[in-house]
Design a protein around this ligand. Structure first.
Ligand SMILES: C[S@@+](CC[C@H](N)C(=O)[O-])C[C@H]1O[C@@H](n2cnc3c(N)ncnc32)[C@H](O)[C@@H]1O
Length: 311
């Protein structure tokens, strides 16, 4: 799927002046990094902004959403045939969901027409089922029916506190499973926790990443997914590394039965000689560090653990 997305982005870029696009990408990155995007200042406002977003951000948001949706597959017991993606941008969550459930019926709601047009172009010919795109403002838009899954990827940070709460509340009437993904910053974590609390109050159970329904025991829970930096990326982004780590926070909440892990690895494991050190969030709602020595039967499993895995 990463390869297909990359090919679609390359096609969309062809013939577009790189210098102007690079300028847009820089401005966009600055707006997002400094969290200057809100209800009145959109992140992207025309076709060139949408293309800059898709090239510099979409491969990373796709990866983060893909990881969060893998947790749905693993920890939620329930059917999944319909999907609504809110603030879908150029379609990252729809791509990620299609990678997990190829026959899924997806509707994407997004307020920027330029993002919708580009999203349609990128998806074109890549998926057997057409997605439904709706151009609307989430603050006033109302869902007509119910779906199995709602995703809200990197959107809450663009809404005011009231609009965020209202959106999360409304989703609880329209889906069995709700996935929120936010940037992996302390503020992103705070927004994810706020959504988590609202969802628990509405009778949802947390399926991931938390192995418990209690208060979060850490100040800043986040994860990272590594993605290759392609030639395309390097055209628009500084840096010589051939990979980047996308940091994100997420929560999967559901009305279905959950299969939570015993614990979750919440930092990159350390592997000093003859042992593995794992930072865990446990089913008792505690943050705990575990040292697994080479002599332990669990050592081989611990060696394979990565940040974000279930333990
Ligand atoms: C950072 S982008 C994320 C896009 C996509 N979900 C992803 O993960 O790549 C945030 C998206 O939310 C959309 N958005 C923000 N506020 C919105 C609103 N009130 N109504 C509809 N869309 C909104 C923006 O236009 C933008 O496309």
């Amino acid at each position: 799927m990463d390869t297909q997305l990359h090919a679609a982005l390359s096609r969309a870029l062809s013939g577009v002046p790189h210098q102007e696009l690079r300028r847009r990408a820089d401005a966009l990155s600055h707006r997002y990094r400094t969290e200057q995007v809100d209800d009145t200042t959109p992140g992207m406002s025309d076709a060139l902004d949408a293309l800059a977003y898709a090239v510099v951000r979409m491969p990373a948001t796709f990866r983060a959403l893909h990881t969060a949706l893998a947790a749905v597959e693993r920890h939620v017991d329930g059917p999944l045939t319909s999907h609504l993606d809110l603030g879908g941008g150029t379609g990252a969550a729809a791509w990620a969901a299609a990678a997990h459930w190829p026959g899924l019926a997806t509707e994407i709601v997004e307020r920027q027409p330029a993002a919708v047009r580009l999203g349609q172009k990128l998806a074109g010919g890549n998926f057997p089922h057409d997605w439904r795109w709706t151009t609307a403002d989430l603050r006033t838009w109302t869902a007509s029916g119910s779906v199995d899954l709602i995703t809200i990827g990197y959107v809450l940070n663009e809404l005011t506190a009231d609009a965020r709460r209202d959106l999360v509340h409304r989703t609880t009437h329209h889906a069995q499973t709700i996935v929120v993904v936010e940037p992996g910053t302390p503020r992103g974590h705070a927004r994810t926790l706020e959504a988590r609390a609202l969802l628990i109050a509405r009778g949802f159970r947390i399926a991931a990443p938390c192995p418990h329904q209690l208060d979060c025991p850490v100040d800043w829970c986040h994860f990272a997914t590594r993605l290759p930096r392609t030639e395309l990326h390097r055209v628009l982004k500084d840096g010589t590394r051939n990979f980047e780590d996308e940091k994100f926070t997420y929560v999967v909440a559901t009305r279905h039965p959950v299969r939570p892990p015993g614990a979750r690895v919440i930092a990159r494991p350390a592997r000093p000689k003859n042992r593995v050190v794992l930072d865990l969030c446990t089913s008792a709602g505690a943050a705990e560090q575990v040292v697994v020595p080479k002599s332990s039967p669990a050592y081989r499993t611990a060696r394979r653990m990565t940040w974000g895995d279930a333990w």
